[in-house]
Design a protein. Structure first.
Length: 113
């Protein structure tokens, strides 16, 4: 089991930026592909970014060009840089280990218009 803890959420105006972080426990972080998901009220949880063990990244069209996922294996940390935020980005954001399937507790991001 991997314990994941997100931080960095908050309230921001449209067009602003936020940086989310995900801290992972244990010593298997470098062996796992990682991902960020989000869930808006009344909607299904949505995959928004993945990063492989080797650092390859992928994004859906909804966030591509605005969000950047990165990882630091030495620190057991992953982050999500979010730029040009839109009201429709408002959601609870979760990190996930794709190796273990474990989720963090989530962090709220609210974008005001």
């Amino acid at each position: 089991q991997v314990v994941l803890m997100e931080s960095g959420g908050g309230l921001v105006q449209a067009g602003g930026s936020l940086r989310l972080s995900c801290a992972a426990s244990g010593n298997s972080f470098s062996l796992s592909a990682m991902a960020w998901y989000r869930q808006a009220p009344g909607k299904e949880r949505e995959l928004i970014a993945t990063i492989s063990i080797g650092g390859d990244r992928s994004y859906p069209a909804s966030v591509k060009g605005r969000f950047t996922i990165a990882r630091d294996n030495a620190k057991n940390m992953m982050c999500l840089q979010m730029n040009n935020l839109k009201p429709e980005d408002t959601a609870v954001y979760y990190c996930r280990s794709l190796r273990s399937g474990d989720w963090g507790q989530g962090t709220q991001v609210t974008v005001s218009s």
